[in-house]
Design a protein. Structure first.
Length: 370
């Protein structure tokens, strides 16, 4: 843990100029993020793939170890540095006003994902969490943000801007605990190994929606809860989810492998009846069921991976993700491409992983759909 803290601090200082402009991931999930989000079929004994595909737990030894902590920051429509400031910059009850002012030029979102846990042989116990905020300004606010020069008086006096409004929609889901287990189901001694795994999750979800009017923005006043909140600050639900994973590969762990992962095969039913930016009723399903296919090839120091993510369109169109890794004993260099995110890159050194991308491809189990 001390080595993790030292490396985290050094990397943050040295790479801050990149972090301010790009999504960034540290720790466990960073390897996958650097490879374009591909990797459900990677045959790996390093604990990196256990959250991605629960079947990979069957590759582990029988020891008890702590899983490497993972944290990722994601932003779209705004620099990640601004989003970072709003997450950790002492937000208050009027922070929605700051969001509307800073991000009023176009729709934007930002979020954070974290996980850590303990592995006991072919089973692990993890705590995971994801949170996302979506800021949706209307056309009047976008126009003021571009041409109003920051003059909030215009929001009250200029007819072009006085109907300005921003909707701030937030959601968070955490699993505590998330228990994964897996075993080999192929015959002992078979040249092809098949592992089957499952991850069971006791989950809690939060949904919130605030509306910032022109008057509130001008006075830096608090946002108003949307009608579906009934005067409360949020709506929350609890549920149970289960992921399933299958991994097929040569017994010597080199060559071509394949995988199938069904995220939330048993869905937690985190559906919230909310409203959209126009005030019309809208149903938000934060974590629907989703299926993905993947393949990987490993030969010595070279690793290649390709996934078709969400072929069931639970979160939207199917995503194509490809990536590669070249590694030595101490250093690993990685690069990838994801259809909705563009190019990603990263590296690993002394067991510590970093990933960067203009828009990091998030692991399906950490996605929030709204």
């Amino acid at each position: 843990m001390r080595r993790f803290a030292i490396l985290f601090g050094i990397a943050t200082i040295l790479l801050y100029p990149i972090c301010a402009l790009a999504d960034i991931s540290f720790g466990g999930s960073a390897r996958t993020d650097a490879m374009g989000g591909a990797g459900i079929a990677i045959v790996d004994r390093s604990d990196r793939n256990n959250l991605l595909n629960p079947a990979s737990l069957a590759l582990m030894n029988r020891r008890v170890t702590f899983a490497f902590p993972s944290i990722g920051f994601h932003a779209s429509g705004i620099p990640i540095g601004k989003a970072f400031d709003h997450i950790f910059g002492n937000p208050n009850e009027s922070d929605a006003a700051g969001l509307a002012k800073d991000f009023g030029g176009n729709p934007s979102d930002f979020g954070i994902d974290v996980n850590l846990g303990l592995r006991l042989g072919h089973m692990d116990i993890q705590g995971t969490g994801s949170a996302k905020v979506y800021v949706d300004p209307n056309s009047a606010l976008e126009e003021w943000s571009k041409n109003g020069n920051g003059n909030t008086t215009l929001l009250l006096t200029d007819p072009v801007y006085k109907n300005s409004q921003a909707d701030i929609i937030g959601a968070a889901v955490y699993s505590l605990p998330s228990v994964g287990m897996a075993e080999r189901i192929s015959p002992k001694g078979s040249p092809t190994r098949v592992e089957l795994g499952a991850r069971m999750k006791l989950m809690t979800a939060y949904y919130t929606h605030y509306i910032m009017s022109a008057a509130s923005i001008a006075s830096n006043g608090p946002a108003v809860p949307a009608p579906e909140l009934n005067g409360n600050t949020n709506i929350h639900k609890t549920g149970f989810g289960m992921d399933l994973g299958l991994l097929v590969h040569p017994s010597n762990h080199e060559g071509i492998s394949g995988a199938v992962v069904i995220t939330d095969a048993i869905a937690p039913h985190f559906t919230f009846n909310g409203t959209d930016a126009t005030g019309q009723p809208y149903k938000y399903d934060l974590q629907p069921s989703s299926a993905s296919l993947g393949t990987a090839y490993e030969n010595g120091r070279v690793l290649l991976a390709a996934d078709l993510v969400d072929i069931t369109h639970g979160y939207g169109p199917t995503q194509e993700r490809v990536g590669g890794e070249y590694r030595t004993k101490r250093i690993a260099l990685r690069m990838g491409y994801a259809s909705p995110a563009g190019f990603t890159f990263g590296f690993g050194v002394l067991g510590f992983d970093l990933a960067f991308g203009a828009r990091s491809p998030v692991v399906v189990s950490e996605l929030l759909h709204f």
